[in-house]
Design a protein around this ligand. Structure first.
Ligand code: AMP
Ligand code: MG
Length: 291
């Protein structure tokens, strides 16, 4: 399936109202999407194996969304077949005192994936232009002098982030960005399910309901993020998230396309190394059996 329509063209003014959270593409039903995901999980495992062996590229996958949009579930399902040794998941919460004492990208830099790995950011530096923009008081905690707190701080942050991501991509840390686009009504249903199901209670905090009252402010902040930080080198994908099966299938498909585009290959073995391997084989074969 083609996912071009889910990509935000660089510089485009985005209105989230134009993006349908219930869109399910060409899939006939849930079963068809599940079957596709199943196949893709196997493909992803193979690609990751090559990525790891080649040890040249890394892939940073960023997930941003409103609460209950399905970030955790998407990570769980899409990455279920990959070797845990080649993957790093990092969830970013409210910053600590130590983190607030540093520049705002510091804690994210420390968590970047090594070459050969897939790094997943469950929330990311984009929170510095989302929750911090919606709740201005959070910016006051960032130890910045008054002259840095002018209105153009968001434009500056977008510029920093674009440059930072360009730096990453030039260093062959490829960047994929997903916004899971859940509707306000579907969020309400999922919150109620979290409250009504004892096994899901832990997923709900009263603060989630409070954040919901800032829904429109968040939508505006997201639109601004997409307009300013969807770039040629690191475009945003707006993934419909009211049907979890579509979200999972679409995200897996896009990750696979990205990895395929890197033309990954196992390292070529040099003639010297081939000779070494032949010698080792010879020694092993000559060993008396059962030793
Ligand atoms: P959750 O991902 O649901 O466990 O919640 C993490 C919480 O941390 C969310 O309420 C985020 O808004 C908050 N958070 C994440 N990053 C930041 C940040 N840079 N500044 C302030 N709050 C943040
Ligand atoms: Mg939460």
């Amino acid at each position: 399936m083609k996912y071009d329509r889910l990509v935000v063209p660089p510089g485009k003014k985005v209105r989230l109202k134009d993006y349908d959270p219930g869109y399910t593409g060409d899939y006939k039903d849930k079963e068809q999407a599940r079957a596709k995901l199943e196949t893709d999980i196997g493909r992803l495992a193979k690609l990751q194996d090559t990525l790891y062996a080649q040890n040249t590229y890394a892939l940073l996958i960023i997930f941003q969304a409103m609460d209950a949009a399905g970030k955790d579930g998407t990570i769980k399902h899409v990455m279920s077949g990959v070797n845990p040794q080649g993957t790093q998941v990092c969830s970013f919460k409210v910053p600590s005192a130590e983190e607030l004492d540093h520049d705002y990208l510091w804690r994210y830099c420390k968590a970047l994936p090594e070459r050969g790995r897939i790094g997943i950011f469950n929330r990311s530096y984009y929170e510095e232009t989302l929750v911090v923009r919606v709740h201005h008081e959070l910016l006051q905690l960032q130890q910045l002098p008054p002259e840095s707190l002018k209105k153009n701080i968001w434009k500056q942050r977008f510029e920093d982030i674009n440059n930072f991501e360009r730096y990453l991509v030039r260093n062959r840390i490829e960047v994929l960005k997903f916004f899971l686009n859940v509707s306000k009504e579907e969020q309400r249903r999922r919150f109620l399910a979290r409250i009504n199901t004892p096994e899901k209670n832990w997923k709900f905090s009263f603060n989630d309901a409070k954040e919901r009252s800032h829904w429109d402010d968040y939508m505006r902040a997201f639109e601004s993020v997409f307009r300013h930080t969807s770039t040629e080198w690191a475009p945003w994908h707006i993934i419909p998230a009211d049907q979890k099966w579509f979200t999972h299938a679409a995200v897996a498909d896009i990750i696979i396309s990205k990895l395929k585009s890197l033309k990954l290959a196992y390292p070529v073995v040099s003639p010297d190394r081939l000779e070494e391997l032949a010698k080792a084989k010879d020694l092993l074969e000559k060993e008396p059996a059962g030793d």
